[in-house]
Design a protein around this ligand. Structure first.
Ligand SMILES: N[C@@H](CCC(=O)N[C@@H](CS)C(=O)NCC(=O)O)C(=O)O
Length: 217
């Protein structure tokens, strides 16, 4: 990655542990784009300036500083698609219309299907209090997540990545797959999902998304 003394043209507003923010860091690294990270404290009210960039106050938001002003993009799938278009020669760029169509489908599924199933199980285990939690809904949420993992496992029997070559869909999935470990979901029954996750973790873009944190326990 080339560096200059000028401030990088991109600023990433983020909450570091968020998988959606990690996905954007991975995407920026895939494109070899230098950026300035700006942590936003989720416990504090958002500033008016931030809400102009991310109207719902959520993270991540990516800002490209341009001579005539700035372009702000929110929602991690939209940011990744923007990077794919902005840096077409990068691994995120699409080779043809088929690759583009398949990547759109899988990106959409990961952002609205897989992420939601994971979040439901996460809430059952870590967010809801005892009065809201029920063993039945936990079992139901886990069974639904298992069904998704089974479909993914069968899909990955024929390909190394979700949409053929590595794409934005894999970028978004990378940190979400880390959550499976936090949720103690055993991947023995889904060996292709496990090897896909391991392939994604081996990418320098993922390793570089955690500067200085690799050795943390
Ligand atoms: N669909 C959004 C989800 C972003 C999201 O939920 N971000 C969380 C952090 S993980 C957030 O900003 N929460 C604070 C809030 O909703 O006010 C994306 O993909 O960017």
């Amino acid at each position: 990655m080339t560096t200059t003394s000028k401030a990088p043209p991109f600023t990433l507003y983020e909450y570091r542990p968020s998988p959606f923010c990690v996905a954007v860091r991975v995407g920026l690294n895939e494109c070899q784009v230098p950026f300035t990270p700006r942590d936003v404290d989720l416990t504090k009210p958002r500033t008016a300036a931030f809400l102009k960039r991310s109207p719902f106050g959520r993270l991540p938001a990516l800002v490209e500083h341009r001579p005539g002003g700035e372009l702000a993009i929110f929602e991690s799938p939209a940011i990744l698609l923007f990077l794919a278009e902005r840096f077409p020669q990068s691994p995120l760029g699409f080779t043809d219309l088929t690759a583009r169509g398949e990547a759109y489908s899988w990106l959409s599924y990961i952002g609205t299907g897989f992420a939601v199933e994971l979040w439901t199980v996460y809430c059952e285990q870590h967010v809801l209090d005892d009065s809201e939690r029920s063993p039945r809904s936990n079992v139901r949420a886990k069974a639904e997540l298992d069904r998704h993992l089974d479909v993914l496992d069968r899909h990955l029997a024929r390909r190394a990545f979700l949409a053929g070559d590595y794409s934005v869909a894999d970028t978004l999935a990378t940190p979400l797959l880390d959550l499976l470990e936090q949720l103690k979901i055993d991947l023995d029954a889904f060996p292709r999902v496990r090897s896909w996750r391991d392939r994604l973790r081996e990418r320098p873009s993922y390793k570089d998304a955690w500067p200085g944190e690799e050795d943390d326990e």
